[in-house]
Write a protein that binds this ligand. Structure first.
Ligand code: NI
Length: 168
């Protein structure tokens, strides 16, 4: 089932997602729906906050953009263990329609988390995968690329988005 993607200024995007402790059928359905929603958008990543759920779940699949070592990733309770180097690149976000900004990220990250069955997984990521994981982990902490953009870009987008939501 394709879920509704929450967009700015929905307060759920500022919420901090809680650790997942129950790997039950409801979690499996939510993950399947998040995957379907990500592909339908289409996007290369989605965090649970973006579908209105404050649980630490993210899905990433960068294969639409480039050949990747990892196919589809569903990661629960992710933690960035090490982050090295710096890389700048243009990013967009499904929750911020019409917004793009050059964002500075770590070039390489080592991430630990759990797979959808609750088994520990380690991911060594560079390039676009590293960017996507950092972007989605930020979502789970209540942060978006709007927080990392320049103050001018941020205020212009906020004004535009607020005017649009007032008009709806
Ligand atoms: Ni995003």
């Amino acid at each position: 089932m394709v879920l509704k993607i929450r967009t700015y200024p929905d307060p759920v995007l500022r919420g901090k997602a809680k650790e997942v402790t129950n790997f039950n059928g409801a979690l499996q359905r939510l993950i399947d729906n998040m995957i379907e929603t990500m592909y339908a958008a289409p996007g290369i990543g989605l965090a649970a906050n973006q579908v209105g759920v404050l649980q630490q779940i993210l899905v990433v699949d960068i294969n639409a953009r480039q050949q990747a070592e990892y196919p589809l990733i569903a990661l629960i309770n992710p933690r960035i263990i090490t982050a090295e180097g710096k890389a700048e690149g243009e990013e967009g976000c499904l929750s911020l329609p019409g917004f793009n900004a050059v964002i500075e990220r770590a070039e390489q990250v080592f991430v630990k988390g759990l797979d959808r069955e609750g088994k520990p997984v380690d991911i060594e990521a560079t390039g676009l995968l590293a960017v996507a994981l950092q972007h989605e982990i930020d979502h789970l902490m209540g942060k978006t690329i709007l927080d990392k953009a320049s103050p001018l870009k941020r205020s212009l987008y906020k004004k535009r988005a607020l005017k649009k939501s007032a008009a709806e």
